[in-house]
Design a protein around this ligand. Structure first.
Ligand code: C2E
Ligand code: CA
Ligand code: CA
Ligand code: CA
Length: 281
């Protein structure tokens, strides 16, 4: 700790110093991870709740250092957002996800209606060359815009409202599908959401997990399904973990979902087997 006057030490400094060192190490680690291509993409199937057919995959990043255990996004994404490194990480994820999808398509495992969903942070949304990057990555991999879904949170849209509005519209004009992630956890007004060119709402896992066997206490889920229907949007329920969740969601006519009940996120190598087993091909 640094002296602050006559032999006095500010009590909080050692802790702050330790935190600063940790953050610096993490930033260095993330930069190296980018250079060494240590970010790997896992995929979680999105299924049709009636047929259990896999209709798409969500790309979820993990950090794999050689010989270490996997690091999950909650432990580095917030910091990557703070430092801006998320832009490059997100770019690698998008590249990898598109390259993988192109391969599965070439192998005849999926058709052109199959989509890959990629999470986009607000930092990425603010990149002036975002549209160009997406365009060239899709082109390099021989994919069309329709095959990509971008998942955005309410806050990443609302925080940059004026700018993002134009970006979203352009994406939509190119037929990229936009989903609102963690729907219901933000504070956006419905009248604003209504104006956005979004085609899908993802019901946050917290609402799905509070579903009970009692049809009178389904919480906010029926409300979200009503909103989506009124706005003519698709719905994907996240975090489906039990048969009871599935049953209730089916009762409510929720069409799509994802969760541990169906599939955990898996590395790319494991995807072809899943697709074959699910009867996609
Ligand atoms: P998310 O986009 O809401 O992703 C869903 C999270 O729920 C994933 O956690 C997934 O593994 C987990 N999950 C799926 N099914 C279930 C279930 O049935 N039960 C439970 N308890 N969890 C389930 P994960 O992979 O750890 O990702 C956490 C968050 O990190 C994501 O939340 C997303 O916000 C962020 N993230 C992941 N990959 C990326 C990325 O490439 N870019 C950006 N910007 N953010 C990412
Ligand atoms: Ca997501
Ligand atoms: Ca989510
Ligand atoms: Ca989330």
């Amino acid at each position: 700790a640094k002296a602050s006057g006559k032999g006095q030490y500010r009590w909080f400094e050692p802790a702050m110093h330790k935190r600063a060192v940790q953050l610096l190490q993490l930033e260095t680690g993330l930069r190296q991870a980018l250079d060494r291509r240590e970010f790997v993409v896992y995929y979680q199937p999105i299924v049709d709740l009636q047929t259990r057919n896999i209709i798409g995959l969500e790309a979820l990043v993990r950090w794999q250092q050689p010989g270490q255990s996997l690091i999950y996004p909650d432990d580095f994404i917030p910091f990557a957002e703070e430092t801006g490194l998320i832009v490059e990480i997100g770019d690698q994820v998008l590249q990898q996800a598109c390259a993988d999808l192109a391969q599965w398509q070439q192998q005849g495992l999926v058709d052109q209606h199959f989509t890959i969903s990629v999470n986009l942070s607000s930092r990425q949304l603010l990149q002036p060359n975002l549209l160009g990057r997406i365009g060239s990555i899709l082109q390099e991999n021989g994919l069309s815009y329709k095959q990509l879904r971008l998942e955005l949170t309410e806050s990443s849209i609302i925080d940059n409202r004026a700018f993002v509005d134009g970006v979203l519209r352009t994406l939509r004009e190119r037929h990229i599908q936009l989903s609102i992630d963690d729907f219901g956890t933000g504070y956006s007004s419905l009248s604003y959401l209504h104006t956005l060119p979004v085609s899908c709402l993802k019901i946050d896992r917290s609402f799905v997990s509070s579903i009970t066997a009692n049809p009178d206490s389904l919480g906010i889920v029926p409300l979200i399904l009503n909103i989506a229907q009124t706005m003519n949007m698709q719905v994907i329920a996240e975090g489906i973990e039990s048969e009871m969740h599935l049953q209730q969601l089916r009762q409510l006519n929720c069409r799509y979902g994802q969760g541990y009940l169906f599939h955990y996120p898996v590395p790319a190598e494991a995807v072809p087997v899943l697709l074959v087993q699910a009867g996609n091909r």
